[in-house]
Design a protein around this ligand. Structure first.
Ligand SMILES: Nc1ncnc2c1ncn2[C@@H]1O[C@H](COP(=O)(O)OP(=O)(O)OP(=O)(O)O)[C@@H](O)[C@H]1O
Ligand SMILES: [Mg+2]
Length: 247
């Protein structure tokens, strides 16, 4: 059984022409989840093709994604998404995303949204996997895949669909180093707008825009180089204050 790495060069994922008109406006949003206040009067306008989202555990990264894709409604304020087609979300936990028992069925689900029957969608998914050198994966049972392999299937399920905006919530977290490099390359080549949250800063340091969330508020918003450096300095200062730095 091959790995999830394509065994031969695969066709381009999509045209490199940027999709016009993707814009997300977070307008004075307050969000309370359960009893936890997550955001208070949050304002953001997101239009860049590549945006990184960083911050400590619990800072609000996944909550922001859930607001943008409509899984969460703001308690007050408005979330407006303007896009030519749908918003696709890659969940932090693959088991929250994957519904079907096999890889081809799961990828087929992404295609059914465009009106294909389940059978036709499955056949299309199989051919698409074949073209990427991943044919033997089509019939693999999801339950037989490792965590990282399931995470990769979630990315493939986004790629095969025709979303305008991709939200990737810690997509590198379970991937081995070759798979991280492949995902980084894929992300660079897709025409869709991408917002990605990660704790692995080198994947987003080169982005034109990175947002650092801290306790549900924007702590810094600017180029990847600037914002990642500021976050790293803050983490280092906190570690030093706790006596966690190496002598
Ligand atoms: N289902 C939930 N019910 C209530 N509160 C929640 C729920 N999910 C998250 N929270 C709270 O919302 C806040 C933001 O959590 P969120 O999951 O958005 O953080 P995150 O930045 O994605 O963190 P991580 O890096 O750990 O993934 C946290 O205080 C968290 O405890
Ligand atoms: Mg999260």
């Amino acid at each position: 059984m091959p790995t999830l790495s394509p065994s031969h060069p695969h066709p381009p994922l999509a045209s490199n022409a940027p999709l016009a008109g993707v814009s997300v406006k977070i307008d004075n949003v307050t969000l309370v989840r359960g009893n936890t206040p997550v955001f208070e009067a949050l304002n953001l306008q997101l239009t860049q093709r590549r945006i990184g989202l960083i911050g400590d555990n619990g800072a609000g990264k996944s909550s922001l994604f859930r607001l943008i894709c409509g899984l969460e409604k703001p308690t007050t304020g408005q979330v407006q998404v303007q896009a030519e087609s749908s918003v696709g979300m890659m969940f932090q936990n693959p088991d929250e995303q994957i519904i079907f028992p096999t890889v081809e069925d799961e990828l087929g689900l992404s295609l059914q949204a465009s009106g294909l029957s389940r059978k036709a969608a499955r056949a299309h998914a199989r051919a698409w996997l074949e073209a990427r050198g991943l044919g033997p994966w089509a019939e693999r049972a999801i339950g037989s895949l490792s965590q990282g392999q399931r995470q990769h299937v979630c990315w493939l399920a986004l790629l095969i669909a025709s979303h305008s905006l991709l939200l990737l919530d810690e997509p590198f977290s379970s991937l081995d180093l070759p798979a991280q490099a492949r995902l980084e390359r894929d992300m660079a080549s897709v025409s869709q707008h991408v917002i990605v949250s990660t704790h692995v800063l080198h994947h987003i340091r080169h982005f034109e825009r990175v947002i650092w969330l801290d306790g549900g508020a924007v702590k810094r918003d600017g180029t990847g180089v600037d914002v990642c450096a500021a976050y790293e300095a803050d983490v280092a200062a906190r570690a030093q204050a706790c006596g966690l730095t190496a002598q």
